[in-house]
Each structure stands twice: as structure tokens, then as C-alpha cells.
Design a protein around this ligand. Structure first.
Ligand code: DHB
Ligand code: FE
Length: 443
């Protein structure tokens, strides 16, 4: 993976990154369970039996039983999680830290009193005989350029729970729904013929996975699987979403290194914002056609991200995907919108002129679309029309748009060539919403 990981060779140090987190997921979750007194009592009563209830590897269990914290770190543990084991044993952080150094408790305490361990000689391997702690990253093959992932197309689509219900309940041919689903006939055919290896699906969570306890502005799903959520009507009868943890973790690290703050989500259910566009594009398959990486954007509680920020994030996502060392055809989907307002006396607002101007701009002048301020979405497209900012993430990731500030501007790779409009569709209404849909292919 072409990621900048300069921390891999710091002597005596293991940095807890996505790779370590994946390795140590259940080890760390076991540690978290020790924050409850009754779990601590069960663990202390029979450590082996308690550990056997968790999906730890045998090596991880042995490391916990031996209280070998260095081994726990190597096997994916993180010190703040592992500290719950030490706390259960009545140990302080100083006792835990000291136990990993080869010093006795007294020696370690005295070292700290004398000013702590000097950094001199411990910054890089070889400095005064220091050795690296983590294995060296695999050498990049020289000669032939390694295959890279690429974004082949962007799909844009509204989502509405009632559309999902119409599909699930076999109502797509009813007079009310027929024209809407007819607008997606070509799309389903196109997707069968242009099946990607992975879809990065930008959507918003509707008070489903994220309550008011935590509201991430941008969140990427790095799990292996995501279940369809129960939003109150019962979970939709659709397949689970298979994720792509490796590519998702790569995108997270790359995008965060480009100064965008993402929340990393290892467990969440996905609501209609994600499943309805999949149903519109795929129909009712037994399994979705490829892995899907959920990418959630907060458009529920203000402040929500600006269209410009979303557009720039799309550029960063394109850089991330194009630096992934695998021959993957990736599609990016931007969902939500178009004009709709679900609340208050202005509910039912639809603005065909605004919607169609937005579609025009998104295709030919995405810069202009990116500069639309929030207030215009609210006034013109309704309070829930703000979902349209998510379309700018997908548009910003297309190949005609420069990828933003790069160390090597010449290698930026923006083609400047506009995308091919494969399909454009607009329909009013679906429930309370104007439905817009676009398929754009990179040339
Ligand atoms: C509707 C539209 C939405 O975008 C949504 O999240 C919920 C409901 C609607 O039109 O009913
Ligand atoms: Fe919505």
C-alpha cells in the first residue's frame, strides 16, 4: 500500500493503526468488557473460560493469561484497551508501562524520577544499537508499475424509504411508482454491464446508526459486513452489505493524511440512505453485486459540511483510491436529495428549477455547484435538500477534477475532459421528494 507510514521503524514502539486495529479488534473489545464490575469478577474467577467466550486467537489468549503486554501489542492490542487488564489486576499505568521495559518496578520508577528515558539513541533503528519493533513493510516491486485502483464512474441517486418499501412489497408496477422505476431500467442494465469491484457509497445516516450521542461529520465503514438497519418498520429484506475493510482502511489513512478528519466505524447498521439506492440500481438480488464501503455524512444536525468541503473531500478520496495497490474498478455513488422538506408547514416543497439547474451544473460546472452555500439549499431545495452536498463528494472524485494540492502537481492526473453522461432522470414525486438520478462515466 503506498501509504506514508514513517512510524513503522521507531524503536521499541508499535503504532496502533488500522492494520493493528483489525488484528486486535476482539482482543481490544475483550479488554473493554472489563470496564464492568461483573465481567471483571467472571474473568478473575476463571480467566481461561472468560477468554474462551471471545473470538481471540490462541496466541492472544496466551498473551493475556501471561500478562505479556508487549506480545499483546504485537498482536493488535492498544495500550488504553490493554490497561483495562492491568486495572483489573489493580495495577497503575506506571506499573504496566514498566512491565514492558525489562526493568523492575523500582528501577523503572527510579528512572522516571531521574528524568525519564532519554530519546537520544532511540529515534531510529541502529542508533546506539536500537532495533525496530515492527516488521519492515513489504518492499515495492521494482520495474513494472504496480496495478492501481481507479474510479470508473459516479452514480447519483435520491433515496426515499417509501421506494424501498415499494420494491420490498412488490408495488413497483403500480401507477404511482411505475414511472419512477422505469427511470432506473437503463441504470440496472448499465450496472450489470459495468459491474465494479467495489462501490464507495456516500450517504447520510438518518438518526439510525448515530443518535445524538455522537455525530461524526464524515464516517467511513471499515467493517467486513453491515446489516440493514431496523428503522422502526423492521429491517428491510435485503442482503447484508459486504464491506472492503482493506480498501476502506487505506482510504481512511490516506484521506486523514490529506487533512480530512474521518470517523472510522468498525460496526454500524446501514439505513435506507444506503440500501435504497442499491435496490434502485440492482433490483432484488440475493447478494449485492460487489463489496460496498459505506461513507456517511452528517446532514442531520448543523453544522453540516459545506458543498465546497465535500467537493474537496471527493478530490482527496480520488487520490486515496488511485494510490491503492490493486487492480480494482471502483465506482463512487453520491446519494440523497433532490429538493424535499420533511418538516413543518413548508413540508412538501419541491423546486424543479433548482434541481435541474443543479443537475446541469453538477455535470458541466461542478466548481459552481460546489460554491452553493447552505442557505441556498435550505431556501431553494428545502431543509432536507441539504442532502445534495453528498453528490459533490462523488463529483469531486471524478477524473476531470484536479485532485487538489499534490506534492507533484504535474502528476495530478486531472484529465479536464468532462465525464460522459450515460443517464439522466428526474421525477416528482416519490413520497415527499423530487427524485434525481445521474450516471457519469470517466472518459
Ligand atoms: C423521505 C425522503 C428522505 O430523504 C428521507 O430520508 C426520508 C423520507 C420522503 O420523501 O418520504
Ligand atoms: Fe434522506
Amino acid at each position: 500500500m503506498s501509504l506514508d507510514k514513517p512510524y513503522l521503524d521507531v524503536p521499541g514502539t508499535i503504532i496502533f493503526d488500522a492494520e493493528q486495529s483489525r488484528k486486535g479488534y476482539w482482543l481490544n473489545q475483550f479488554c473493554m468488557s472489563l470496564m464492568q464490575a461483573d465481567n471483571r469478577a467472571r474473568f478473575k474467577a476463571d480467566e481461561r473460560a472468560y477468554l474462551d467466550r471471545w473470538a481471540l486467537t490462541e496466541a492472544q489468549k496466551q498473551a493475556v493469561l501471561a500478562r505479556d503486554l508487549n506480545q499483546c501489542l504485537r498482536l493488535g492490542g492498544n495500550i488504553y484497551f490493554l490497561a483495562k487488564i492491568g486495572a483489573t489486576d489493580g495495577k497503575s499505568f506506571q506499573q504496566m508501562a514498566g512491565s514492558m521495559t525489562g526493568l523492575s518496578e523500582e528501577q523503572y520508577r527510579d528512572m522516571m524520577i531521574s528524568g525519564g528515558r532519554p530519546a537520544n539513541g532511540l529515534r531510529v533503528p541502529g542508533e546506539n544499537g536500537a532495533t525496530r519493533t515492527q516488521p519492515a513493510p513489504p518492499a515495492q516491486p521494482t520495474g513494472a508499475r504496480p496495478a492501481k485502483a481507479r474510479i470508473s464512474a459516479a452514480v447519483f441517486s435520491s433515496h426515499v424509504p417509501a421506494i424501498g418499501a415499494a420494491i420490498d412489497q412488490g408495488k413497483t408496477q403500480q401507477d404511482y411508482w411505475k414511472p419512477l422505476f422505469a427511470g432506473y431500467d437503463l441504470s440496472r442494465q448499465w450496472l450489470r454491464e459495468h459491474r465494479p469491484d467495489v462501490i464507495l457509497l456516500v450517504y447520510n445516516d438518518h438518526a439510525t446508526a448515530f443518535s445524538l450521542e455522537m455525530i461524526p461529520t464524515f464516517a467511513i465503514g471499515t467493517a467486513a459486513q453491515f446489516q440493514p438497519a431496523d428503522e422502526g418498520w423492521g429491517p428491510r429484506p435485503v442482503p447484508p452489505v459486504i464491506g472492503h475493510p482493506e480498501l476502506a482502511a487505506h482510504i481512511a489513512q490516506s484521506v486523514i493524511q490529506q487533512d480530512f478528519d474521518l470517523t472510522i466505524v468498525n460496526k454500524m447498521d446501514v439505513d435506507h440512505g444506503l440500501t435504497v439506492p442499491l435496490s434502485l440500481m440492482c433490483g432484488q438480488p440475493l447478494a449485492w453485486p460487489c463489496p460496498v464501503i459505506p461513507f456517511a455524512v452528517n446532514v442531520v444536525q448543523y453544522p453540516v459540511p459545506s458543498g465546497r468541503r465535500c467537493y474537496q473531500l471527493g478530490q482527496a478520496i480520488r487520490r486515496a483510491i488511485e494510490s491503492y495497490d490493486a487492480d480494482l474498478n471502483v465506482q463512487i455513488w453520491g446519494t440523497g436529495g433532490m429538493s424535499h422538506q420533511l418538516q413543518g408547514p413548508r413540508a412538501g416543497l419541491i423546486n424543479k428549477e433548482f434541481d435541474n439547474a443543479f443537475l446541469d451544473q453538477l455535470i458541466t460546472d461542478p466548481e459552481a455547484a460546489a460554491s452553493i452555500p447552505h442557505i441556498d439549499y435550505v431556501r431553494e431545495a428545502g431543509s432536507e435538500g441539504i442532502e445534495l452536498v453528498m453528490w459533490l463528494i462523488a463529483r469531486g472524485a471524478m477524473s476531470d477534477v484536479a485532485r487538489g494540492a499534490t506534492p507533484d502537481a504535474a502528476a495530478d492526473g486531472a484529465t479536464g475532459r468532462p465525464p460522459k453522461v450515460v443517464h439522466r432522470f428526474y421525477h416528482v414525486p416519490a413520497s415527499n421528494t423530487a427524485v434525481g438520478h445521474l450516471i457519469l462515466e470517466n472518459p
